[in-house]
Each structure stands twice: as structure tokens, then as C-alpha cells.
Unconditional design. Structure first.
Length: 131
């Protein structure tokens, strides 16, 4: 007598998505050289890189941006390197917001020129999970 055992398994395919990767708009109006502008703060829910895309910049201007972290009732802390952005520039900016115990992130930007307007979209996390 022969006995056969048949095993039927199931597998599921999951799609990994960053927790807070929707784009938010930003607009920076730098009135003087060294002026500082911030995006709004948003929850930072994973360790993926923050994302920024500059969609316009007046007169071929540019700005420099750093990812900062904050938790309720705490001071802000720089959590990334600073990079130059200009019209058409997209960047996934590695940061240590979560690793340093903060739960909110934002970009702080400054310009070395006066009367500069720049804008685009940003996200504290990214859907591609780039680090």
C-alpha cells in the first residue's frame, strides 16, 4: 500500500511602502543672503531617506537644504548633510532622524542670494525605501 502526502502551501507577496511618503508642497522666499526657510514638520515613520524635488527656482537660483529632526517639546537637530538644490533637482537625502530618537522631520533651507523664490515637493520618507 502506498501513501502519498500532498502539501499545499500559500505564499503572499507584499508591497513595501514607506509610511509617510506622500509629497507635500513647499515654497521658499529668501529675502536676503543667508535667510532661512523651513518646510512644515511631518511624522518620520521609517529610516528611509527624505525626498526633495525642486520644481522651480527664480532666475537659475539655488538653495541649500538639510534634514532636521524634532520631537514634541524638543529643540531641533540637524540629521543629514547639506546639499544644493536647483530647478529640476531631485534628491533622496539620507538622514538619522529616527536613529537619533526624533519622530518628526523637516527640511531647513538657506540661500546665498537675496530675493530668491524656490519651491517644489518633499517627503520625510520615500516609497522606494532608499536609505
Amino acid at each position: 500500500t502506498a501513501m502519498a502526502v500532498v502539501s499545499i502551501g500559500s505564499a503572499s507577496i507584499g508591497i513595501v511602502k514607506a509610511n509617510n511618503s506622500d509629497d507635500s508642497g513647499f515654497s521658499f522666499d529668501f529675502e536676503y543672503a543667508g535667510d532661512v526657510c523651513d518646510t512644515d514638520e511631518r511624522a518620520k515613520l521609517d529610516t528611509s531617506a527624505a525626498y526633495m524635488y525642486c520644481t522651480y527656482a527664480d532666475d537659475d537660483s539655488s538653495y541649500y537644504a538639510t534634514v532636521f529632526g524634532r520631537s514634541d517639546g524638543t529643540s531641533v537637530k540637524s540629521c543629514s548633510n547639506t546639499y544644493r538644490y536647483y530647478e529640476g533637482c531631485k534628491r533622496y537625502q539620507s538622514n538619522t532622524v529616527n536613529e537619533e530618537g526624533y519622530d518628526k522631520a523637516f527640511f531647513r533651507a538657506y540661500s546665498s542670494s537675496e530675493f530668491v523664490s524656490c519651491g517644489g515637493v518633499w517627503s520625510p520618507d520615500n516609497v522606494n525605501q532608499y536609505q
